[in-house]
Design a protein around this ligand. Structure first.
Ligand SMILES: Cc1cc2nc3c(=O)[nH]c(=O)nc-3n(C[C@H](O)[C@H](O)[C@H](O)COP(=O)(O)OP(=O)(O)OC[C@H]3O[C@@H](n4cnc5c(N)ncnc54)[C@H](O)[C@@H]3O)c2cc1C
Length: 389
């Protein structure tokens, strides 16, 4: 593998860096899991989009920049380096967008992608149900075909940013006789349709970005079906592959955390504190792991550029980044000692309060995007070829 960047890629990096340096808000935006923060993040997305930076690897006609995936990784590195806001439409741009690119009709691409790139329409992911989490094939919500419409009924839960999102993509049972992963379809549901009730769920930090969504006789036109009817499972697996294997958590995020961790360690040493040598090793290990994840991602992207696909190894990836995130935050809190318990707004937090917030969110990494236990099952069966029981 050739890890040097081409002159064009270096020029792309320079252009991205200079735009971000000039435009990233100086003050952090309020949390995107609050009503105000959500809208402020949406405005930021409009700015990114107007300048052509919203989703750089997409074709220009759909609101992208026509860049390749290596340039996307470069953009991500610059984005995190600049401390730019979290992506409020991440379920749209990173998960549904690539899925529409692969499975959507020409009309669907033209209808959905530009408004997704601009975040005029922000998307929630509707997989989980009260009785279908890890076992997603147990989905009970239905979409019954009636002429040119589906009539959708059921309940979805844990929809990130569902309290404020405009649309929901999800899996619904379209064949009432079917069982497990057969007979499911991938349907796009507007959250302002009649019969939709969105009920916010406050999270550990009290913010209510999460939501449960109740669907009562919601009429959705058949054009909102993505892929073939009753074959939604394979469409959803493609979405999950993008989520776990590449797009949701780019390496830049972890390189950025590793850099902050190294700075935290140096500050502690600089203050003359005696730091446990075990923590020095943990900091070094975190930095090395973030670099290893980066190199591995460049390898994945090189493979994709040569026509390869993301396969079951996405599960290895997901375990690696989610466990790394927890370890890095645990190390930071151990370095901070009692100060690590301060919230960002506490006067004595002096800029370190973000670690606790980050730690609480990192704890959910082994759960969302499919729990790590389930990913280990996938690795055992599909990569190692071990028997199911
Ligand atoms: C921060 C966050 C954001 C989320 N966002 C969304 C979203 O936007 N949209 C959405 O649809 N969902 C979302 N989810 C839900 C998430 O996908 C589910 O929580 C997850 O799939 C687990 O399902 P569950 O909570 O029902 O747990 P369960 O499936 O009940 O699992 C409970 C425990 O049992 C273990 N377990 C279950 N089955 C097995 C097995 N066969 N082998 C070994 N262990 C097993 C699990 O690993 C877990 O530890 C989010 C979750 C979190 C934490």
């Amino acid at each position: 593998m050739d890890l040097t960047f081409t002159p064009e890629e270096e020029a792309f990096r320079k252009e991205a860096r200079s735009w971000l340096d000039a435009n990233v808000p100086r003050q952090p935006l309020p949390s995107l899991d609050t009503a105000e923060g959500f809208e402020r993040h949406r405005e930021w997305e409009h700015e990114l989009n107007a300048a052509g930076w919203a989703m750089v690897p997409w074709p220009v006609e759909f609101g992208g920049r026509g860049a390749n995936l290596i340039e996307w990784l470069i953009f991500e590195e610059e984005y995190y380096r600049a401390g730019a806001p979290g992506r409020v439409n991440q379920n749209g741009i990173f998960l549904l967008g690539p899925t529409i690119m692969e499975y959507g009709t020409a009309e669907q691409k033209a209808r959905y992608l530009p408004k997704m790139a601009s975040s005029e329409e922000v998307w929630g992911q509707g997989w989980s149900e009260p009785n279908a989490g890890s076992d997603m094939a147990a989905i009970q919500a239905t979409a019954e075909r009636q002429g040119e419409h589906y009539v959708v009924n059921g309940q979805k839960t844990w929809v990130s940013r569902g309290s404020y999102a405009d649309w929901l993509f999800g899996l619904f049972r379209t064949d009432p006789e079917s069982e497990r992963h057969r007979g499911l379809s991938f349907v796009l549901v507007p959250l302002d349709a009649e019969g939709v009730t969105v009920r916010p769920i406050p999270q550990l930090d009290g913010e209510a970005g999460f939501a449960e969504v109740f669907l009562d006789d919601v009429r959705v036109p058949v054009e909102n079906l993505l892929g073939e009817e009753n074959k939604g499972w394979s469409v959803a697996m493609a979405t999950a592959g993008f989520e776990r294997g590449l797009m949701l958590r780019s390496p830049a995020r972890f390189q950025n955390t590793a850099r902050k961790l190294v700075a935290l360690y140096k500050e502690a040493v600089g203050r003359g504190e005696s730091v446990d040598p075990g923590l020095r090793e943990a900091v070094t290990r975190a930095w090395m792991d973030a670099e290893a994840y980066t190199l591995n991602t460049y390898q994945t992207v090189s493979r994709l550029l040569e026509g390869g696909k993301i396969g079951a190894e996405a599960s290895l990836n997901k375990i690696f980044w989610s466990e790394l995130d927890v370890k890095m935050h645990e190390t930071a809190l151990a370095l901070l000692g009692a100060r690590g318990q301060l919230l960002p707004e506490a006067p004595a937090a002096e800029g370190v309060g973000g670690w606790l917030d980050g730690y609480l969110f990192a704890l959910s990494g082994p759960i969302y995007a499919g729990t790590n236990e389930i990913q280990r099952n996938v690795i055992a069966e599909r990569i190692l070829g071990l028997p199911r029981s």
